[in-house]
Design a binder for this molecule. Structure first.
Ligand code: NAP
Length: 436
């Protein structure tokens, strides 16, 4: 008997699950179902365009996709093209690897005004995700407020302030490059509601902010402690403590840095929590409340200050998109170490929320593979792929195969203006046109 598994989503968690399954059981048939024609989830749509090295992991995923036991079904949407119940009827196991694509709302007065853009939408736009191709972010502003001090906030601040020269060898979409580089942006404010040592940046990403051609970090040294406070240090693992110390040292370096002719500024502001978006229909500013820390939490002091800006980008985390028939809580699927129920599993951010780096998805794949084998053994003889093919054919659904994707990729690479590695298509019909 062949164990048949459908994995929904072709990002890192989906591919690590496929890899683990193939290591765990020989006789397995794995179908990776992806709503976009293009694979790799956040590797293509989330990782910053100037972080090419991070994207190299796609080569490993490609090897998995090329294994004869695996088939890629691009351009097939769960729900619209085939329902979860139908999939569960034809596969021994279904794994949800759909990530967390919905921006967490800021939840303050005025956050519905034009000019407040969730970071998933903004990053999706500059990275060529078709859902956000028509976002048209209002970049006609000298100042941008980014809420949150994690790696995504840093990505956005960097992409907004790097020069055309710095972005030339990246896969930033051409329409986003044109819009960003024509924008009058001079000041990007990054607001952390807690202390500098609570910031979630990785140190490499943070240090990069001090090495930009035309943008300098700005920081009030009065917000920095000489070292990580002992009570907080005691809550951290050795590794996290080392990272936090490095971040603090980098922030001290930033505070001492001379802007040296650079025209743009990234202002790191801590102890500041957003309380209101100001303006009429369109954002004209943001009101921040100064905070103090009590028991590790930010508590408002009642003292506020305003920053004039016409664009606010909350980078405060994501929710997973609900899936019909799957219990959800706190923005992700309800599961026990990934098992939603026997036969149905979650991996990656829909399993554990939007945290961790790409490699953090590996253990999810391992756990899912073990649970699938525990629950489903060698399979119950369900038809799997053959039934999926019948369903898709009967419903006239145009499937993009992995070879099709490679043709799209070649077209993107040949359309690139060197030194850019590719010129991404931002719309699905443009991708499909390559195949016609
Ligand atoms: P994150 O690391 O969790 O950072 C979220 C930030 O938003 C935190 O500073 C958080 O502050 C703040 N925040 C949350 N709710 C808020 C609110 N209501 N008001 C004000 N601030 C609020 O999340 P992320 O930056 O979205 O990144 C997601 C994951 O992807 C992370 O694990 C990250 O490391 C990873 N990632 C990695 C890379 C890379 O390695 N280069 C790049 C991008 C993303 P509190 O701490 O006070 O909650």
């Amino acid at each position: 008997m062949t164990l048949s598994v459908a994995i929904i989503g072709s990002g890192p968690s989906g591919f690590y699950t496929a890899e683990s399954l193939m290591r765990t059981i020989d006789d397995v048939e794995i179908d990776i179902i992806e709503k976009l024609p293009t694979p790799y989830g956040l590797i293509r749509g989330g990782v910053a365009p100037d972080h090419a090295k991070t994207k190299n992991i796609a080569r490993t995923y490609e090897k998995t996709a090329r294994d004869p036991r695996v088939r890629y079904y691009g351009n097939v949407t769960l729900g619209a093209d085939i329902g979860l119940e139908a999939l569960r009827g034809i596969y021994d196991a279904v794994v949800l690897a759909t990530g967390a694509a919905v921006d967490r709302p800021l939840g303050i007065p005025g956050d519905g005004k034009a000019g407040v853009l969730g970071v998933a939408a903004f990053v999706g736009w500059y990275n060529g995700h078709p859902d956000f191709r028509d976002l048209d972010p209002p970049l006609d502003t000298q100042a941008v407020a980014v809420i949150g001090v994690g790696n995504v906030a840093v990505d956005v601040a960097r992409v907004l302030t790097k020069t055309p020269n710095e972005m030339a060898a990246t896969d930033l979409t051409d329409y986003a490059a044109a819009a960003i580089h024509a924008a009058p942006i001079r000041d990007v404010y990054m607001f952390g509601r807690r202390a500098p040592h609570h910031a979630k940046f990785s140190n490499v990403e943070l240090r990069e902010m001090g090495q930009l051609e035309d943008s300098a970090p700005v920081l009030d040294p009065a917000e920095l402690t000489p070292d990580v406070p002992e009570d907080f240090a005691a809550t951290l693992s050795d590794r996290d403590l080392r990272m936090t110390r490095r971040n603090l040292a980098t922030l001290h370096d930033f505070a001492a840095m001379e802007p040296a002719g650079r025209t743009k500024r990234v202002h790191f502001r801590f102890y500041a929590s957003p309380v209101e978006i100001l303006g009429g229909d369109r954002v004209e500013g943001i009101r921040m409340e100064r905070t103090r820390i009590e028991g590790g939490r930010a508590v408002g002091t009642g003292e506020t200050f305003d920053i004039a800006c016409r664009l606010v980008i909350p980078a405060i985390g994501y929710y997973s998109e609900p899936v019909d028939g799957v219990p959800f809580e706190s923005g992700r699927s309800r599961n026990r170490d990934g098992r939603i129920e026997p036969g149905l599993y979650a991996v990656g951010w829909i399993k554990r929320g939007p945290s961790g780096v790409i490699g953090s998805n590996k253990p999810d794949g391992t756990a899912a593979a073990q649970q699938i084998v525990e629950d489903c053994g060698a399979g119950a003889g369900k038809p799997g792929r053959a039934a999926l093919d019948n369903h898709l054919q009967a419903n006239n659904i145009r499937v993009v195969s992995f070879d099709d994707w490679k043709r799209i990729e070649v077209a993107e690479e040949s359309a690139a203006a060197p030194p850019a590695p590719r010129r991404k298509f931002g719309r699905v019909p443009e991708m499909l046109a390559v195949l016609d």
